[in-house]
Ligand binder design. Structure first.
Ligand code: NAP
Ligand code: ZN
Ligand code: ZN
Length: 353
């Protein structure tokens, strides 16, 4: 074990505070990474504030991690000291169940995947601590290679927001000639817009924030609809092949299922604190529409996504913050005032810890 430090939520309603803790030493298959940047996901907020059951305090969130490798275990083959590396939402899984063997570790049927934070940590006996911290030790099998040609800070959000939108867009085979909706222009939504546009789809962005219309177009949306305006919504009835809904709050799903074509699918990735009202089943039955869900993406697909973003020059639009600005950032996230992902500059942690 070695001592490191970060920022932790000590209870659901306390501000973040510096926190010192132990990490394991670098094992044969591990890499130790000095964290340079960490993105701020709405899941961090849901967890830190106890909006989902089961938060263990102190909680160190952060699963959009990029940094530089400072130590490698004797068996490590993919990384050398000095190379860039990324860590997303998972740091381990059973590796033997059918889902793990298919490279879909996020759906591990064995012990379930080990989350980067707030998951039981068999190495320390406590819980895992995430990327709001100085360094992390991760098995190379759950560590990603990071494209060298992109702005590193703007790569961090790809590790969750990027893969969580890439995976369903790929799984439902989004391509040129299709009309695709993205609901919500936050961290996930803005990556969904960029990726769906890169796949060649006609992209329509649904937002509740009139102030985001011009940005959505700049990010790649061909059309923007204010979802609170029934007249604008009515113009799109029965027209979508696929809708990816990233909204972080409970809302009326029927507004969007009504916009799907026959056989269209709306996939939900948002995990709001309070349940959505039950959807109208008739809306689904009479057009054989589907309502689905999707969870992040497997390690192999995350690497594929990072390589795709490297080739196409795709990164997140970020606002850099200092570690001690995290509470303010959360307040803005609750108000949908994020353009379009906060990223913590970990150099600022030294000054505050
Ligand atoms: P975010 O940056 O806060 O963006 C969420 C967006 O939802 C907001 O910017 C806003 O967009 C819209 N929104 C918020 N409140 C709304 C309301 N009451 N009604 C309608 N729209 C509203 O959050 P994020 O980091 O993208 O995460 C989104 C959700 O996905 C969270 O619940 C998060 O936990 C979840 N998540 C799931 C996975 C997964 O694997 N399934 C992975 C990561 C995150 P507009 O201003 O454009 O309306
Ligand atoms: Zn996330
Ligand atoms: Zn498994």
């Amino acid at each position: 074990m070695y001592k490191t430090y970060g920022y932790a939520a000590h209870s659901a309603d306390a501000p973040f505070a510096p926190f010192a803790f132990d990490r394991r030493d670098t094992g044969p298959h591990d890499v130790r990474i000095e964290i340079l940047y960490c993105g701020v996901c709405h899941s961090d907020l849901h967890t830190a504030r106890g909006e989902w059951a089961g938060t263990v305090y102190p909680n160190v969130p952060g699963h959009e991690i990029v940094g530089r490798v400072t130590e490698v275990g004797s068996e490590v083959t993919k990384f050398k000291v000095g190379t860039l590396a990324g860590v997303g939402c998972m740091v381990d899984s059973c590796r033997t169940c059918p889902s793990c063997l298919e490279g879909l570790e996020q759906y591990c049927e064995g012990s379930g995947f080990v989350g980067t934070y707030n998951a039981p940590d068999k190495n320390t006996g406590g819980v895992t601590y995430g990327g709001y911290s100085k360094s992390i030790v991760v098995d190379e099998a759950f560590t990603l290679r990071v494209p060298e040609n992109l702005d590193l800070a703007a790569v961090a959000p790809l590790l969750c927001a990027g893969i969580t939108t890439y995976s369903p867009l790929r799984h439902w085979n989004v391509k040129a000639g299709q009309k695709v909706g993205i609901v919500g222009l936050g961290g996930l939504g803005h990556m969904g817009v960029k990726l769906a546009a890169a796949f060649g789809a006609h992209v329509v962005l649904f937002t509740t924030s009139a102030s985001k219309v011009e940005d959505a177009k700049r990010l790649g949306a061909h059309e923007v609809v204010i979802s609170k305006d029934p007249e604008q919504m009515a113009q799109h009835v029965n027209s979508f092949d696929f809708i990816l809904n990233t909204v972080a709050a409970s809302h009326d799903l029927d507004l969007f299922t009504a916009l799907l074509k026959r056989d269209g699918t709306m996939t939900l990735v948002g995990v709001p604190e309070h349940a959505h009202p039950s959807p109208a089943i008739g809306n689904l039955i009479f057009k054989r529409r589907a309502l689905a869900g999707s969870l992040i993406g497997g390690i192999a697909e995350t690497q594929e996504m990072l390589d795709f973003c490297g080739e196409h020059g795709i990164t997140s639009d970020i606002e850099m913050i200092r570690m001690d600005e995290i509470d303010k950032a959360y307040e803005r996230m609750v108000k949908s005032d994020v353009k379009y992902r906060f990223v913590i500059d970990m150099a600022s942690l030294k000054e505050t810890a």
